[in-house]
Design a binder for this molecule. Structure first.
Ligand SMILES: *Cc1c(COP(=O)(O)O)cnc(C)c1O
Length: 361
C-alpha cells in the first residue's frame, strides 16, 4: 500500500508519472540512454520542452501574446526578478501581504526600488485575506500570492485584484506556486505569473513563468540571466535548463490533459477539500486555522484543541501511513496538502483517523 502523501512541497505526483519517469531514467525513447545523460540540445530533449510549453498553453488556454518559460531559481528568485524587470525607474511596486511568501517578495522588491504594501492580514496571523482593498496611489504593478501554502488561505476569485490594478493602469503579477493547474482561471487578467514546479507540476528544479510579451522593455543594463527577454529569445535554453524537472513536468501536464483538464481536476480538488473541511468543522477535537470563506482547496490548516492528544494522533497517522501533515514551523498544528495527484481515498483515510481519535478520547 502506498503512503498517503500530504506533503506541502515537494509533494505528491501521479503514480503513473513516477513510473514513466523512472523508466526514462533507465532508457529514454529507446536510445539506451538515460534522460539524465542526454544533451539539452538533442532533438529528444527539445521535443520534450516544446511539448511541455505547448501543453501548458493548451491546458491554461494561454493567448498568443504570452510566452511560457521554464527557468531555475524557484519562486524565490522570481520575487527579485519580477521587480527588477517590471519596476520603472522611480516607480512603485504594490503588494498584497498575505503571509510568508508575500513578505519575502516584498523584501526582495525593496532591494530594487519603492514598495507600497496596499493591504496586509498580518495583524491576525494571516488567518484571512484582505478585502475591499483601497488603492490611493499609482503603482507600476500589483503583486499577490494566489494560494498561501503555509497559512492555508486562497483567493477564490481574482476579479477584485484585477480591477484594482486596472484602476491604476497597473500590471498584475501573481505567485501561483501552490495552486497553478488546480482550477480553471482567466489567464488574460495577468501580466506575469510564476510558480515553482514542486507543488502541482513536477520535482523541484524548474520554475514556470508565463509572461505577456508586450510588458517587457528592452533593457540591456539588466544582468543577462535576470532579464526575461534573454530567456524568451533563447526559448528557455540560454543555459542548461533543469532537464529532468521539465521532463517530469511534461509528463504531469500530459496526465492533467488525459484526466479531463482543469475543469475535472478542479472538481476533484473541491470534493477533497469539502470532505476535509466538513470533518474539521464537525469533529469537536479539531479546529481550522483560517477564516472559512478564505479556505484553500490545496492546503487545509487545523489543530487539535487538546495538545495532550497529539502523540496519540501522531501514532494513529503513522500506523495508517499518513505522511506530511505537520504544519509549517511558523504556525504549528497540522496541514493537509491536497494537491492534484492526491486521491480522495487518502483524504478519507485521514478523516477516518480523525474519527477514531474522537471515539477513543
Ligand atoms: C513553495 C512556495 C514558494 C517557494 O518556492 P521556491 O521554488 O522554493 O522558491 C513561493 N511561493 C509559494 C506560494 C510557495 O508555495
Amino acid at each position: 500500500m502506498k503512503t498517503h502523501n500530504f506533503s506541502a512541497g515537494p509533494s505528491i505526483l501521479p503514480q503513473e508519472v513516477i513510473r514513466q519517469a523512472s523508466k526514462a531514467i533507465m532508457n529514454i525513447n529507446n536510445l539506451d540512454l538515460s534522460i539524465l545523460e542526454i544533451s539539452h540540445r538533442s532533438k529528444d530533449f527539445v521535443d520534450i520542452i516544446d511539448e511541455a510549453r505547448e501543453l501548458t498553453k493548451k491546458i491554461l488556454k494561454i493567448p498568443q501574446e504570452y510566452e511560457v518559460l521554464f527557468l531555475q531559481g524557484g519562486a524565490s528568485l522570481q520575487f527579485y526578478m519580477s521587480a527588477l524587470n517590471l519596476l520603472e525607474t522611480g516607480g512603485i511596486g504594490g503588494y498584497i501581504d498575505t503571509g510568508t511568501w508575500s513578505t519575502k517578495a516584498i523584501k526582495e522588491a525593496n532591494k530594487v526600488g519603492k514598495v507600497h504594501v496596499i493591504a496586509s492580514s498580518r495583524d491576525e496571523g494571516y488567518k484571512y485575506l484582505p478585502k475591499n482593498i483601497k488603492l490611493d496611489k499609482n503603482i507600476d504593478y500589483l503583486h499577490f500570492t494566489s494560494n498561501n501554502t503555509i497559512y492555508g488561505t486562497q483567493f477564490k476569485s481574482f476579479s477584485e485584484l484585477y480591477n484594482l490594478a486596472q484602476s491604476r493602469n497597473a500590471k498584475l503579477i501573481c505567485d501561483m506556486s501552490s495552486d497553478i493547474f488546480s482550477k480553471v482561471f482567466d489567464i488574460s487578467q495577468f501580466d506575469l505569473i510564476y510558480a515553482g514546479a514542486q507543488k502541482n507540476l513536477g520535482p523541484a528544479g524548474a520554475t514556470l513563468i508565463i509572461i505577456k510579451k508586450e510588458i517587457l522593455k528592452n533593457n540591456n543594463a539588466l544582468p543577462t540571466y535576470l532579464n526575461y527577454s534573454t530567456h524568451i529569445e533563447k526559448e528557455s535554453m540560454f543555459n542548461t535548463p533543469p532537464v529532468f524537472s521539465i521532463y517530469v513536468a511534461m509528463l504531469t501536464l500530459r496526465w492533467i490533459q488525459e484526466n479531463g483538464g482543469l475543469a475535472s481536476i478542479e472538481k476533484k480538488n473541491k470534493n477533497k477539500a469539502n470532505a476535509m473541511y466538513d470533518e474539521i468543522d464537525r469533529n469537536p477535537l479539531f479546529s481550522g486555522y483560517t477564516e472559512n470563506t478564505d479556505r484553500s482547496i490545496m492546503n487545509a490548516t487545523f489543530k487539535l484543541n487538546n495538545h495532550k492528544l497529539e502523540s496519540e494522533f501522531k501514532k494513529l497517522c503513522h500506523e495508517s501511513r499518513i505522511s506530511g501533515i505537520y504544519g509549517h514551523r511558523s504556525i504549528g498544528g497540522y496541514r493537509a496538502s491536497m494537491y492534484n495527484a492526491l486521491e480522495i481515498d487518502s483524504v478519507n483515510k485521514l478523516i477516518e483517523i480523525m474519527q477514531i481519535i474522537e471515539k477513543i478520547s
